[in-house]
Design a protein. Structure first.
Lengths: 742, 228
């Protein structure tokens, strides 16, 4: 099988393919000979971190992935849950971090395209998109350019494809200066009896190539995404793919039309590692061999080699196994939509992955070992050093509380992200009941009354401080945000963004966060049904903050009955739910106003989290509550400010929450980030009901004050006009993006 | 009323406008872009929002030359009603059914948000359910909605009262910052000479439901249902 035209397989060439010497030796032993160049490319694509999860797989196995409502857990293109009425919600989140740093518009756009494709590959029509973005310090010279490009790219793809982008998060930290995070999530709707998977069945069935043509773009994208950056990251630009949302929209319509006919046996999108990964996964999952004839692959350019075709990551392509005899009908549907359609191979009973091109056999490899039997590592790891608990009594406030609040609501992390989400079409579909800016988005399901509550959450500075607690908190916050709008939390997708797993410290962060996630998922009945791991997010040996982004999905039986953040009425009682200790460790207040990124993060009491969540959700469903806000970054004071800003209604706060040992310093009561808390506003005549129900549920509830007026009045502080809060909240991001200094 | 929605590859608000039309009592049929005729007896042809053919050329440029647009032109020539929303407005301009062009938004960004429009005329089949000067709360979602026409055309449009809607604030005032995309004279919607063809950038079809932002958009579809 050697060929004079192909270069010899040297150690340097092996290294360029991202394979360690022992991995290459393992591969040679597996096939019993030296591989061809095409085979080397194929194995590098399948055994890289992105496709094989080789560093994380051992630890991911411990995550809770099942529940009575889970139809499909991790391992397919997306997770699937039953939401009742014969309907399924299909969702997943995936990173496009490395490409988005190199080429922000196309990197982010194709991230959106890839995740939408994952969802409609399962037979679901996408009904919502979300994202979670992390950028470097605002004063880093590249940050503005990256924000601008990533936001435009996400909008450019989603808006044209025609899916509402309904929620997201945007944060800044210098640890992301050289490695931004672009995590995109898609949510789709299918019938529970109309779910499609990648598992091929039947011998001799045709394998069909669909969608756009194959070009030379994105070759080795998955390998690039499995490596660290150095100062020459820009040179990797050719590995970034170019998105075509129009082609994707056509592909969606054609795939759904064809799926409805019953002709589709298996379907897999060509995402990372393109044709290689999709074909191998179909065969490996179905315990079948796959034989491809590349002469039939529709190509954008002439003279493409087998190596290039197998590794191209050209976008908007699908691979399908069809029922025998359905080819003509399937082809007619694709021709109508103006898409390429070509039979490029067949299933076999050999368990071999055979690739032919121009009469030559370019690859002949055992399919199972390429796919689900890729190497798995138990990488050495060290736990993060434990940080001291910061006693709130020992931290003095550098500026008065009112000034601190204005600084926080106008800070890069907490300011309004309107400038971002106004570039996303969040209203298409006429089903966005809660648009961006709520605790969770609410999207009506079909014509209702059912709705989905959707959110993305993570607090990287907690994960850095204590990976286990930080992992728990990310899940707990997603749970809380869904409960805060009235949703029943059902399942999550996780997008684990970490540094280099070959460094024990970063590997320890990954292990710790996964443990925390798992504990929270188990305690909250909130299983993981899909996910993605992005490692090697480091530049010049410096890693990002550990960032396990959680995408949460919940259901509302009647989406008209939900709660929102803004105070609605004057004279409502303002009530805090949950216990306060004045936890300033790892808080945003401590970081921003004291310049200290220190201390243990707030502990997460999962049982208390669950009690509070169930209480809030029930009271919303009973229409006792309609004004609810989750407490998170910036604590009580920031939550109060956000409740005031929405409709311009202020509040007078008479009482601050006390800790177990009595009164707290005001800045600890106001800005501490204790978990498991909600801020509520209820008309006076419902207050007794609320307090009695909280007592019965074992959830602390404290009346803090009353809504009304045009200012937020905190005890011992000057009144802060709601107008000034709003100005501070709304002005930072537009001013920054217009070029004003950070 | 019988309405036909022309669906181009890349149309994506066809379902939204269908829902609004049905809510107003219309019967809706879909027409694929490659079809040369509209169904017989159709009162209203609708060009929905989206990115027809990807809009990689000028927005609406390819759609303006689609076979189905020949049928829409004949329908308009017979005095039939035509409504183009967003990409549909761009297509109407590109196909010559309405004057002017839609340029990139003045701030060069795609913009999606709630937006007030001032109703300039109520003696049209599209606006009879509104009050003159009423500020209706709908939404925009476009990157290229900055209306431009040469001075003579603009003077003629204004002189003939062919501006259906202008961008305004909540009180109906034409404040400078309410003209979000930089359109000449804050123009959001333009009528044909006989006021039977309307092109508009904003999306009334997305505001037809109290649960999803309000019902200020419904008046346009109810006006049409009454007119047909």
């Amino acid at each position: 099988m050697t060929d004079a035209q192909t270069p010899p397989i040297t150690p340097a060439l092996v290294a360029e393919h991202g394979l360690a010497p022992d991995e290459y030796a393992r591969f040679v032993a597996l096939i019993g000979r030296e591989p061809t160049l095409t085979e080397l490319g194929i194995v590098s694509a399948m055994w890289n971190e992105h496709c094989s999860y080789k560093s994380s797989r051992k630890h991911l196995r411990g995550l809770p992935t099942s529940a009575p409502w889970v139809i499909q857990g991790p391992g397919e293109n997306a997770g699937v849950i039953d939401i009742g009425d014969g309907l399924a919600c299909v969702f997943k989140m995936e990173s496009h971090n490395h490409p988005s740093f190199i080429e922000p518009y196309q990197g982010a756009a194709t991230g959106v395209g890839g995740i939408l494709r994952d969802v409609f590959t399962m037979g679901a029509r996408p009904i919502a998109a979300l994202n979670a973005l992390r950028f470097g310090s605002p004063d880093h010279p590249k940050t503005r350019h990256l924000v601008s490009g990533v936001v435009a790219g996400i909008g450019g793809y989603g808006n044209s494809f025609g899916v509402p982008t309904v929620a997201g998060s945007v944060g800044f930290h210098t640890a992301y200066d050289g490695n931004i995070l672009v995590n995109a999530m898609a949510v789709g709707l299918a019938r529970t009896d109309g779910i499609f998977t990648a598992k091929a069945t039947g011998v001799g069935n045709p394998i069909v190539y669909l969608g756009s043509k194959t070009g030379r773009d994105g070759i080795h994208g998955a390998t690039m995404a499995s490596a660290s950056f150095d100062d020459s990251a820009e040179e990797k630009r050719p590995t970034v793919q170019v998105g075509d949302p129009f082609a994707e929209k056509l592909l969606l319509e054609a795939c759904l039309e064809l799926m409805a006919t019953g002709a589709v046996v298996a379907i897999q999108d060509m995402g990372a590692a393109g044709l290689t990964s999709s074909a191998v996964e179909m065969g490996a999952k179905g315990d079948l061999g796959i034989e491809l004839d590349l002469d039939a692959v529709p190509c954008r350019e002439e003279g493409m080699t087998a190596y290039e075709m197998m590794l191209s990551e050209s976008q908007e392509r699908m691979l399908m196994v069809l029922e025998p005899g359905k080819r003509e009908m399937a082809e007619a549907i694709f021709r109508k939509w103006g898409l390429d359609f070509a039979v490029i191979g067949k299933t076999t009973d050999t368990l071999r992955f055979v690739v032919k091109h121009q009469g030559r056999i370019e690859a002949d490899l055992p399919i199972k070992e390429l796919g689900d039997e890729a190497p798995v590592y138990d990488r050495p790891w060290t736990p993060s050093p434990e940080r001291p608990v910061i006693d709130p009594a020992e931290v003095s406030a550098p500026i008065p509380d009112d000034e601190a609040l204005l600084a926080l609501v106008g800070s890069p992390d907490l300011c309004s992200k309107r400038w971002v989400w106004e570039q996303y079409d969040h209203l298409i579909g006429s089903s966005t009941v809660q648009p961006p800016g709520g605790d969770a988005a609410i999207v009506r399901v079909l014509e209702g009354p059912k709705g989905l509550a959707l959110t993305t959450d993570v607090t990287p500075r907690y994960c850095e401080a204590d990976p286990v607690e930080g992992g728990k908190q990310a899940v707990a916050e997603a749970y809380r945000n869904i409960c805060a709008v009235g949703g029943l939390p059902l399942a999550i997708t996780d997008n684990l963004n970490f540094g280099n797993p070959q460094r024990p410290h970063y590997m320890g962060q990954l292990v710790g966060c996964i443990r925390g996630l798992g504990e929270a998922c188990a305690a909250l009945d909130f299983p993981v049904v899909s996910g993605n791991v992005s490692l090697y997010n480091e530049t010049n040996e410096r890693g990002i903050l550990p960032t396990p982004t959680i995408g949460g999905v919940g259901v509302l039986e009647d989406c008209a009955v939900h709660a929102t953040i803004p105070f609605r009425r004057e004279g409502d009682a303002v009530v805090l739910l949950g216990r306060t200790q004045g936890w300033l460790g790892a808080s945003l207040w401590l970081a921003l106003l004291c310049g200290r990124e220190e201390g243990a993060p707030p502990p997460v009491d999962l049982a208390a989290e669950r009690r509070a969540g169930e209480l809030v959700r029930t009271l919303i469903a009973e229409s006792v509550l309609d004004t609810v806000h989750d407490l998170s970054d910036g604590g009580l004071a920031v939550a109060l400010a956000e409740c005031c800003i929405g409709r311009g209604i202020g509040a007078r706060i008479d009482v601050l929450p006390e800790g177990a040992a009595g009164p707290l310093p005001s800045h600890a009561a106001l800005f501490g980030e204790d978990q498991g808390r909600y801020l509520l506003a209820v008309p006076a005549d419902r207050l007794d009901t609320l307090l009695a129900r909280a007592r019965a549920a074992g959830v602390a509830a404290t009346r803090l004050g009353e809504t009304g007026g045009d200012a937020l009045i905190l005890p011992g502080s000057r009144a802060i006009s709601v107008v000034s809060l709003k100005d501070a909240h709304e002005s930072w991001l537009p001013a920054y993006m217009a070029g004003e200094p950070a | 009323m019988r309405a036909a929605i022309v669906v181009f590859p890349g149309s994506n608000r066809d379902g939204d406008v269908e829902r609004a039309l049905v809510r107003a009592g219309a019967t809706v049929e879909r027409v694929w872009h490659a079809e040369p005729e509209l169904p017989a007896g159709v009162d209203l042809a609708v060009l929905p929002g989206g990115f027809s053919y990807g809009d990689y050329l000028r927005c609406g440029a390819i759609a303006g030359r689609a076979p189905a647009m020949e049928a829409v032109r004949r329908h308009a020539a017979r005095g039939g009603l035509v409504l183009g929303i967003c990409n549909g407005f761009q297509i109407l301009c590109e196909s010559g059914l309405l004057p002017g062009v839609l340029m990139r938004n003045a701030n060069l960004r795609f913009l999606c948000h709630r937006q007030f429009l001032r109703v300039e005329r109520t003696d049209t089949p599209f606006t009879a359910a509104y009050r003159r000067g009423q500020a209706i709360d709908v939404c925009i979602a476009h990157g290229e909605g900055n209306y431009f026409a040469d001075p003579d055309t603009l003077a003629r449009l204004e002189g003939e009262g062919r501006i259906a809607f202008r961008y305004c604030d909540a009180t109906g005032a034409l404040a400078a910052d309410a003209n979000v995309n930089g359109s000449l004279n804050a123009i959001a919607g333009v009528l044909s000479e006989n006021a039977r063809v309307l092109g508009m950038m904003p999306h009334p079809e997305n505001l037809v439901d109290d649960l999803v932002g309000g019902t200020d958009g419904l008046g346009l579809f109810e006006s049409l249902a009454r007119a047909a």
